[in-house]
Ligand binder design. Structure first.
Ligand code: HEM
Length: 509
C-alpha cells in the first residue's frame, strides 16, 4: 500500500495543475465565449480541420448558421470572422480605429525584417509610416499631369512588350501559360517606380526571385496554421517546411530590396528624386524625427510596395485572360467596342477610359466574381468594441471575408450601379493604398492586350474556374493562344530615370 500512498500527492498535484490550467484557459476565453456565437471548437486544433480548401466559402456558410459576426478557434487563437457588407462596413468604417490593428503572428514578423508597414500593428509610428507610403505612391502616379503621364507610359510600354512575348509564345498556333510573364510585367511596373529600373523577361535571377515570391500568399493568408499553432515549428512536418521556405523567401526578397536601396543611398542627391526609393530615403533616412522610424523602415516600405503591387495586379490579369478565353462572345463585343472607340491606328490610353465603360465593367465583374483577395490580411482589435450588438475584446484576431460581400444577393433594384460595391481593396484605416494605380494598371494592360490580340483556349481544354487558396486566389494553370489583330503597334520606352519627373518631395502635402 505504501507506494500508492506515495503517489497520492503527485496525483493531487497533477489534478490541481490540470484544473488550474483549464481554469486559466476558461477565464481567458470567458469574455469571448460568452458573447459570441460560433461552432464548437475541438481541443488543440479548434476549428482548423473544418476550414476546408476554401476557407472564405466555409466562413460564408457558417455565417448562415451563426450570423455575420461569429467566433471560431484556430489552434490557440480565438478569431472573430466578419461577413457581409453591413457588418464589415460597420466594423471597418464606423469603428475604423478599433479594427486597424494587425495580430503579432510569427509569419508577420518574418516579413521585411519586421520593418514592414503592412504587417505592423496600429500605433502612432505606424500611422506615420503609412502616410509616407501613401504619399510616395501619390507623388509617382497621380500628383500632377506629368507624373500621371510618366506612370501611364511605363505601363503602356510594359503592356506592348507583353503583347510581343505572347505572340512569340503563340508562334505556329502554340498554346502557353501566361502566369509567369504576367508576374514579370507587373513586377516591372512597380520596380520601375521604386528603382527606376525594369528587368528583361529573360532575366534568370529576377524570374527565380519572382517564382519564389509567388508562394508568399500561401503562408500569409487567413487560416494559415503556423500562426495559430506555434508548436508546429518544433518538429518536422509540412507546415514547418512551408514556414521555413516562407522565411527564406522573405530573407532573399528583403536582401534584393536592401541592395537596391543601398545603391540608391550611395548615389543619393537631395536635389533630384529619381524614383520612389529616393523619395522614401529622403523622408525616412534623412529626416531626423522622433517618430521612431529607422533606416530599416525604408527597405520595409519599398518591399511593401513591391510585394503588394506584384501578386495582386498579375493575378487580376491572369483571371481576366482566363475569362476572356472562356467567353469568346464577350471578347468579340469588347473587340468591337475598342475598334469603334480607339480605331486601329493607335493604342488605347487612359483618356479612353470613360468611353470604354464596358471594359471597366468587365474588370469589376472579374473582381466581384473571383474575389481574388477573398479575405483581407488578418486584422486585430486595438480596443474593446461592439459590432451588431456583439462585444469583441481588445487584441482579438479578426478575419474580414470580402468574398461574402461580393456574393451576397444584391439588395433593392438590380440596375443600380454595383461597381462601387465590389469589395476587394478592403475599407477603413487598412484599406489598400495602391487601389488607384492598380485600377489604371489593370485597365491599361487589359485594354492594350485586347486591342492587339485575340485570346483563345484550346478546343480540347475546358478552362476551369477552380483556384488555389491563399492571400490571393490564383487560377489553376491554363493555356491559351494569342493572335495578332491587324497591325502590331509598339510603344517606345520612355528614357526611364531621365524622363521621370524631378520632384521635390513633400511628404505630408
Ligand atoms: C488589384 C490589385 C490590388 C488589390 C485587389 C489589393 C488589395 C488589398 C487588400 C485586400 C489589402 C488588405 C487590406 C486590409 O488588410 O484590410 C491591401 C493592402 C495593401 N495594399 Fe493593395 N491591392 C492591390 C494592389 C496594390 C498595389 C498596386 C499596391 C502598391 C503599389 C498596394 C499596396 C498595398 C499596401 C501597402 C497595403 C497595406 C495597407 C496597410 O496595411 O495599411 N496594393 N491591398
Amino acid at each position: 500500500g505504501l507506494p500508492f500512498l506515495v503517489k497520492i500527492p503527485a496525483l493531487v498535484a497533477s489534478f490541481v495543475f490540470l484544473f488550474c490550467l483549464e481554469a486559466c484557459l476558461w477565464v481567458r476565453n470567458f469574455r469571448l465565449k460568452r458573447r459570441l456565437p460560433g461552432p464548437f471548437a475541438w481541443p488543440v486544433v479548434g476549428n482548423a480541420m473544418q476550414l476546408g480548401q476554401m476557407p472564405h466559402i466555409t466562413f460564408a456558410k457558417l455565417a448562415k448558421k451563426y450570423g455575420n459576426v461569429y467566433q471560431i478557434r484556430l489552434g490557440c487563437s480565438d478569431i472573430v470572422v466578419l461577413n457581409g457588407d453591413r457588418a464589415i462596413r460597420e466594423a471597418l468604417i464606423l469603428h475604423s480605429t478599433e479594427f486597424a490593428g494587425r495580430p503579432n503572428f510569427v509569419s508577420f514578423q518574418a516579413v521585411s525584417g519586421g520593418k514592414s508597414m503592412t504587417f505592423t500593428n496600429y500605433s502612432k509610428q505606424w500611422k506615420m509610416h503609412r502616410k509616407i507610403a501613401q504619399s510616395t505612391i501619390r507623388a509617382f502616379s497621380s500628383a500632377n499631369s506629368q507624373t500621371k503621364k510618366a506612370f501611364e507610359q511605363q505601363v503602356v510600354a510594359e503592356a506592348t512588350e507583353l503583347v510581343e512575348i505572347f505572340l512569340k509564345l503563340s508562334a505556329q498556333g502554340q498554346y502557353f501559360n501566361p502566369a509567369h510573364e504576367l508576374t514579370v510585367a507587373a513586377a516591372n511596373v512597380i520596380c520601375a517606380l521604386c528603382f527606376g529600373k525594369r528587368y528583361g523577361h529573360d532575366d534568370v535571377e529576377f524570374r527565380a526571385l519572382l517564382q519564389k515570391l509567388d508562394k508568399f500568399g500561401e503562408t500569409i493568408g487567413a487560416g494559415s496554421l503556423v500562426d495559430v499553432m506555434p508548436w508546429l515549428q518544433s518538429f518536422p512536418n509540412p507546415v514547418r517546411s512551408m514556414f521555413n521556405n516562407f522565411k527564406d523567401l522573405n530573407q532573399e526578397f528583403f536582401g534584393f530590396v536592401h541592395n537596391k536601396v543601398e545603391e540608391h543611398r550611395d548615389t543619393f542627391d537631395p536635389e533630384v528624386t529619381r524614383d520612389m526609393s529616393d523619395a522614401i530615403i529622403g523622408v525616412i533616412d534623412k529626416v531626423d524625427s522622433d517618430n521612431g522610424l529607422t533606416k530599416g523602415h525604408t527597405e520595409g516600405t519599398v518591399s511593401d510596395l513591391i510585394g503588394a503591387g506584384l501578386d495582386t495586379v498579375s493575378t487580376a490579369i491572369h483571371w481576366i485572360l482566363l475569362l476572356l478565353a472562356k467567353h469568346p462572345e464577350i471578347q468579340t463585343k469588347l473587340h468591337e467596342l475598342l475598334d469603334k472607340v480607339v480605331g486601329r491606328n493607335r493604342l488605347p490610353s487612359v483618356d479612353d477610359r470613360s468611353s470604354l465603360a464596358y471594359l471597366d465593367a468587365f474588370i469589376y465583374e472579374t473582381m466581384r466574381f473571383t474575389s481574388f483577395v477573398p479575405i483581407t490580411i488578418p486584422h486585430s482589435t486595438t480596443s474593446d468594441v461592439t459590432i451588431e450588438g456583439l462585444h469583441i475584446p481588445k487584441d482579438t484576431v479578426v478575419f474580414i471575408n470580402q468574398w461574402s460581400v461580393n456574393h451576397e444577393p444584391p439588395e433593392g433594384s438590380l440596375d443600380k450601379d454595383l461597381t462601387n460595391n465590389v469589395m476587394i481593396f478592403s475599407a477603413g484605416k487598412r484599406r489598400c493604398i495602391g487601389n488607384q494605380i492598380a485600377k489604371v494598371e489593370i485597365f491599361l494592360f487589359f485594354a492594350i492586350l485586347l486591342h492587339q490580340c485575340s485570346f483563345e483556349k484550346s478546343a480540347h481544354e475546358d478552362l476551369s474556374l477552380n483556384c488555389t487558396y491563399g492571400l490571393t486566389l490564383k487560377p489553376l494553370n491554363y493555356k491559351i493562344t494569342a493572335t495578332l489583330r491587324g497591325e502590331l503597334l509598339k510603344a517606345v520606352w520612355s528614357q526611364q530615370s531621365s524622363n521621370l519627373p524631378r520632384l521635390i518631395y513633400l511628404p505630408m502635402c
